[in-house]
Design a binder for this molecule. Structure first.
Ligand SMILES: [Zn+2]
Ligand SMILES: [Zn+2]
Length: 285
């Protein structure tokens, strides 16, 4: 009764998130090159053979750069809306592209993916909730603010990749030109640390076991700052910061039906940790 999740990279340089069960998986966004996606998955003992589909949230380059390479090599179906596809302007085999609609779940084997519209300055942008084995995972980045759809889906999540893009003080006092500051902090820009914290404090489910804070700005944020902000409010939720430079560990998010308790398990941290290594081998294919 688990899903396995990892960030392969997260930030304005590249985004790619893995969500799978024991036999099938999807990738949300394809911002890393095909080769780098493969390399990072191998590091985590994850196999591209398990990946059945790619889902694209919007056309910004940090979400699509690796898409043509992945599609060409693996001939995977790409779930992408027509407006996003047009604005991607990439050479994709149209026979492999599939559309999706707001709030209409797409089934990939026993995994279901519910797209929901988000507020961001792209043609037709979506967040996703991925469900399987009684577990819901949110992929909620690149949002200007937490609209009512975000509140609805985030509050159902057992784990979530949630944007915590910028520190308001760092952005306002930094050297970005004013129009860019306005764009980032606007309703179609990115979610600040305080906005993410507000969402976490007020709308998390009692079952939210893992929060992976994602898409941190290089120039207007610091991982330590985010940790310091969230840790006092963590309660029973494990807080993790997704890196702009490397993959996260694989986390097992499970629903224990007998006692209604949820457990997040970090399956792989260091090569020298035999117990964790064994768990990885046992749990992952
Ligand atoms: Zn982005
Ligand atoms: Zn974006």
């Amino acid at each position: 009764m688990s899903l396995f999740i990892a960030s392969l990279n997260s930030g304005s340089n590249a985004n790619c998130y893995y969500i799978g069960n024991r036999t099938e998986a999807i990738l949300v966004d394809a911002g890393l090159s095909c080769r780098e996606t493969e390399r990072r998955m191998k590091q985590l003992n994850l196999s591209m053979k398990m990946v059945r589909a790619l889902f694209i949230s919007h056309e910004h380059s940090d979400h699509i750069t690796g898409l043509p390479g992945l599609v060409k090599k693996y001939q995977l179906p790409v779930f992408i809306t027509p407006d996003t596809l047009v604005n991607c302007n990439l050479p994709l085999d149209r026979e492999l592209t599939r559309s999706f609609k707001h709030a209409k779940p797409v089934h990939i084997g026993s995994i279901s993916v519910t797209p929901f519209k988000k507020s961001h300055d792209a043609a037709d942008p979506y967040s996703f909730m991925v469900s399987g084995n009684s577990v819901n995972i949110g992929i909620i980045t690149d949002i200007g603010y937490a609209c009512k759809r975000v509140l609805k889906y985030f509050s159902q999540c057992h784990a979530a990749f949630l944007e915590s893009n910028y520190c308001e003080d760092m952005l306002m006092n930094g050297n970005y030109p004013y129009p860019l500051k306005k764009r980032i902090s606007g309703d179609e820009g990115h979610l600040s640390n305080n906005q993410a914290l507000d969402l976490f404090i007020n709308y998390r489910s009692a079952n939210l076991q893992l929060l992976i804070l994602s898409h941190l700005s290089k120039n207007n944020n610091k991982p330590e700052l985010v940790k310091k902000l969230f840790n006092p409010h963590a309660g029973s939720t494990q807080i993790v910061i997704a890196s702009r430079y490397e993959a996260s560990p694989v986390f097992e998010v499970s629903f224990a039906a007998n006692n209604k308790q949820i457990q997040a398990q970090n399956l792989r941290k260091g090569k020298n940790n035999n117990r964790e290594k064994n768990q990885t081998q046992l749990s992952l294919f």
